[in-house]
Design a binder for this molecule. Structure first.
Ligand SMILES: NC(=O)c1ccc[n+]([C@@H]2O[C@H](COP(=O)([O-])OP(=O)(O)OC[C@H]3O[C@@H](n4cnc5c(N)ncnc54)[C@H](O)[C@@H]3O)[C@@H](O)[C@H]2O)c1
Length: 319
């Protein structure tokens, strides 16, 4: 597929804006559909800011104002009719998403690929009422979507794996390193592994083995040191496999396997804790330190993207 194909997006909220930015920065013409045209000005402002950041970090050559000319925001489904790919990013609600797919299918040709940026709704359920369910995939982005290399492409029971591979190749041209999930599973890859880690982290804290600060410090300096370079399987290859088997034998029976959510997070959320957003999290913040953490995280995102770009997944194959 050519870089200049027109791509549609549906939903222009937080993720819809960063997804549109990613596509615009990759050279596509983007038609963004919203059911609330009053969101248009806010979305343009957000996308402009993202593009300014990309320009400042030399990740795009064109001026943001020029790139923005390739964006068209509309509330008319008919504006998407000749698009080869459409990415939905509306609220996380199965009825709402299904309604969007039904309306899309009235204007799109049967071969238009549709991606759904769902966090957790099984793709099989999303495609159940579609006329052409084989072209629907879950497309799991990580924020900020215009910077991260992460993408999971998820097949539902009726998805066509060859179309998923086509989607994957297209996503590579957006600077992504996509992973394909061949069978629908709740949480996909990264979230399943991350939530297993979160469960264990809460277990250690709630049972007095370590403080929140100590858990964070250990993980930043161990996992955080190597995980952008190598996934867990490459890492076992690099560091010697037999030791892992020995540790698995001893450790697996000892790991937390609770199915109940940790009391600490339940209490925090009940008390209104949202994290840096309202300065109420696992750590304490003032308004200034909260903003500073957000700013540093954005700076770090640019740095790690550059580093990851130097070491792609197949880096060791190129001698
Ligand atoms: N992958 C991730 O890391 C990640 C992170 C956050 C959210 N998400 C998922 O992305 C999706 C969007 O999340 P968000 O945080 O951007 O939400 P949001 O509330 O910021 O934006 C939702 C947008 O959808 C629009 N919308 C709602 N119904 C619509 C319809 N019928 N037609 C057109 N537009 C409609 C709203 O007007 C709004 O612009 C959700 O499914 C969410 O679970 C994924």
């Amino acid at each position: 597929m050519s870089k200049k194909i027109k791509i549609g997006t549906v939903g222009i909220g937080l993720m819809g804006s960063s997804i549109a930015t990613c596509l615009l920065a990759s050279g596509h013409f983007v038609t963004a559909l919203t059911n609330n045209i009053r969101e248009k000005e806010g979305a343009i402002k957000r996308i402009d800011e993202f593009l300014q950041q990309l320009k400042a970090e030399e990740l795009i050559d064109e001026e943001p104002a020029e790139v923005l000319k390739k964006l068209h925001i509309t509330d008319q489904y008919s504006a998407l009719k000749d698009h080869a790919v459409v990415i939905e990013s509306v609220v996380e609600n199965i009825t709402e998403k299904r309604k969007v797919f039904a309306q899309l299918e009235t204007v799109l040709t049967p071969d238009t690929l549709i991606g759904s940026n769902t966090s957790a709704i099984p793709v099989t359920l999303l495609q159940a009422e579609m006329q052409n369910p084989q072209r629907l995939f879950g497309i799991h982005w990580a924020e900020p979507a215009h910077l991260t290399r992460f993408m999971e492409i998820i097949c539902g029971d009726q998805s066509d794996i060859q179309l998923a591979e086509k989607f994957s190749r297209l996503a590579e041209s957006w600077g992504k390193e996509p992973s394909l999930i061949r069978k629908d599973i709740r949480g996909f890859i990264a979230n399943r592994v991350m939530y297993a880690m979160l469960r264990e982290a809460f277990y250690l804290v709630e049972n007095g083995y370590a403080t929140i600060e100590d858990v964070d410090r250990s993980l930043r300096n161990d996992l955080g040191y190597w995980i952008t370079f190598a996934g867990p399987f490459r890492f076992m290859d690099l560091t010697g496999i037999p030791a892992y088997l020995a540790v698995m034998n001893d450790l697996f029976p000892d790991l937390c396997n609770d199915t109940k959510v940790p009391a600490t997070i339940e209490r925090l959320v009940k008390e209104g804790g949202k994290g840096v957003r309202n300065q109420q999290g696992f750590y304490t913040y003032s308004e200034d330190t909260a903003r500073h953490w957000e700013k540093l995280f954005m700076e770090f995102s640019f740095e790690i993207r550059k580093l990851a770009g130097k070491y792609p997944q197949d880096a060791g194959e190129h001698i």
